[in-house]
Design a binder for this molecule. Sequence first.
Ligand code: NAD
Length: 516
Amino acid sequence: MTTEAVIDMLPVSVKNPAEVVATLRKNFYSNKTKSLKFRKTQLKNLIKFFEDNEDELCEALYKDLRKPKTESILCEIQFTLNEVKNLLWNLDEYAKTEYPEKGMVNMLDGVEIHKDPYGVVLVIGSWNYPLNIALNPMAGAIAAGNCVVLKPSEKAPATAELIAKLLPNYLNTDCYQVLCGGVPETTEILKQKFDYIFYTGSTAVGKIIYEAAHKHLTPVTLELGGKSPVYIDNTADMEIAAKRILWGKCVNAGQTCVAPDYILCTKEVQEKFLIYAEQAIKEFFGNSVKASPDFARIINDYHFNRLVRLLKDAKIAIGGHTDPTDRFICPTIVIDVLPGEPLMQEEIFGPILPIVNVTNVQDAIRFINEGEKPLALYIFSKNSKDTKLILDNTSSGGAAVNDVILHIAVESLPFGGVGSSGIGSYHGKQSFDTFVHKKSVLKKNFATVPEKIQALKYPPYTSKKLMLMQNAIEKRKGLSLSFLPQLLFFLLGIVLTVGAYFLWLYINHDGIFKSD
Ligand code: NAD
């Protein structure tokens, strides 16, 4: 079945985006999604969705990308499941009202931060991790109490179709809807007014999404891509470095947003790296990568041809074999690459790894800073001074030292880009925080004394009132009233102890219970 045929079967044609958004907005204002119990039920159902359908989901991912089952389970299903469980288990904590520190002026007032869901959220997913990237942000939006329209990527049609078919069996359809389709349908969806848009995909389309959002002043998270560099120096353990880098370049056939895009190293380091890289590929996939069940394929002909074009005139040190019949591209390392070459002009997003030679760490920093800010940056070195130098003098969405990709799997680290690699972040608690507006609330009462103090602000203004007000509101270093409750408890403790002591004295010496 062709991609177009599958898309035709998807439910977009029967769902009008304007009607869907209007219904979800109405249901949002019914306050259904604001109940923590309701949100927890939906998150539990999402967990069940993964547990009940693991085999079918793996099959769909195999159809779309020939994704190996291990990668489907670890990078798509288990990864998202863990995120959903984290949201479920911590929801009470994440959602509770915060009572931040307050100053002298507000000593008698309530000062609170409320976690308000935005309303109707649009989540647009990309094809490379079509399950994870659709449902992981959606779980954050659900946990935060929003209604959600999910638009999975049409370029992974089997997965999109399965999500559209199965999800309504698990999630409340009054509040969560899946709309499928390609560019025309997404364009139509984007005409609607959403309260938040969460987009994952290329930087070029990210700009289109940003433009559509700005018409309604809709806040966005843009999870985009870019060229993530790897710097290797001669102190690195080259065997381990080669294995880790090659794994990162081969998982999902290099179609990973945080895949190492290119290497920066000296010629001397390059020679050593190539020896171990060749060994690593053999160890991973045996004598024929093509025959290995553990290596995915390129998503479609457009991307296959784009990657083959990038190899034209390239100086290939390892690999280079391609096969259009099943969109296979062998892990390929290209050397003597110059900054102006096509390979260095766009995110590669495939199993091709160019090496650009630099003379030293300063040269590498200069090279990185001449490009757009990457989504990830990797350093392989035992030299902590140079590692710090790179981290302190470059800007990237995230970074890992002596490994690749895995920083995004640390739940306590927010994941997102900077500059052209994205706006905003998610994962862990940040997935909840992304989808709530932190509403500042000040609560006062009508008591006489505070009103007398406040009356200073009312006209007619006088210099005496001004002086008193300035004294009251002037910021003073280290002056905070956050210790007040502890101080009161402490004082109360002293009063009670002293009181008990005197009572004891009274009773034992000349108290009323002593008879003469
Ligand atoms: P894609 O083609 O699936 O597009 C993403 C979404 O945008 C799809 O749902 C698609 O329907 C929609 N879209 C495409 N063109 C559109 C248009 N003109 N108007 C409106 N909507 C449109 O995916 P892609 O863009 O090829 O994704 C690959 C890119 O995504 C890479 O650059 C990769 O680095 C990046 N990515 C980033 C992350 C991250 O978390 N930062 C994760 C995965 C992928």
